[in-house]
Design a protein around this ligand. Structure first.
Ligand code: E4P
Length: 226
């Protein structure tokens, strides 16, 4: 499973990228608002993220246009920022139509706010390169988010969509709305291709008390050897 960082915070992105295990970044309007972003600076901010992570890391930038023509126009503009920009589009009728057009033009789309297997199947058929089912928001309404996302991972894994994706690339599922270390564990066990995690969760999952205790005791014993 690959790790994406779910944030628009440049310091968090730079820090996580320096760890050597980051494979991409996802942003959304809420995350951008959280860092005090403005509409006028949005494209420049996405460019800054692309520059930090480098060309091998996909960076999702979201359009909230509500018509297919506006989504396509936004998508073209966002994709022109850098070659690794992925256009993030909500799963809805206009979004599917725009995804088809953008995919046919060679522009990668991340279909987001995906909650069901049928939504994911439609996104895949419309040419989405990434599909983002949300874990935590199901948990928020007292449903089992992990079970829902596992269903989507299994259903998409049943088929080959490479005949209608950009460059014939495999679709990858991005498990989103990750809130805990256990969510990350469950996503890896179910075979999700990617988990996009907030920086706070990433910091938590890198350590374990037994790792800390082990390092401490090894250092102590090494002192005896020296
Ligand atoms: C992912 O692409 C979404 O932006 C994000 O994971 C949503 O997470 P939340 O439900 O914690 O806001």
């Amino acid at each position: 499973m690959k790790f994406f960082l779910d944030t628009a915070d440049l310091d968090e992105i730079a820090e996580a990228a320096s760890w050597g295990a980051l494979a991409g970044v996802t942003t959304n309007p809420t995350l951008y608002a959280r860092v005090g972003g403005s509409l006028a600076d949005f494209n420049a901010h996405i460019k800054r993220i692309c520059d930090i992570v480098g060309p091998a890391c996909p960076v999702s930038a979201e359009s909230l246009a509500m018509t297919r023509d506006e989504l396509v126009a936004d998508g073209r503009e966002l994709a022109a920022i850098a070659p690794n920009v992925v256009v993030k589009i909500p799963t809805m009728v206009e979004g599917l139509a725009a995804t088809r057009t953008l995919a046919d033009e060679g522009i990668r789309v991340n279909m987001t706010l995906c909650f069901t297997v049928p939504q994911a199947m439609l996104a895949a058929r419309a040419g989405a390169r990434y599909i983002s089912p949300f874990v935590g928001r199901f948990d928020d309404i007292s449903e089992d988010g992990i079970a829902h996302v596992a269903n989507i991972v299994n259903a998409i894994g049943n088929y080959d969509f490479t005949d209608n994706t950009v460059g014939g690339e495999q679709i990858e599922i991005i498990a989103a709305s990750i809130r805990s270390a256990d969510h990350v564990t469950q996503c890896a066990l179910m075979g999700s291709d990617i988990a996009t995690v907030p920086f706070g969760v990433l910091k938590k999952i890198v350590s374990h008390p037994l790792t800390d205790r082990g390092i401490e005791s090894f250092i102590k014993d090494w002192e005896k050897v020296k």
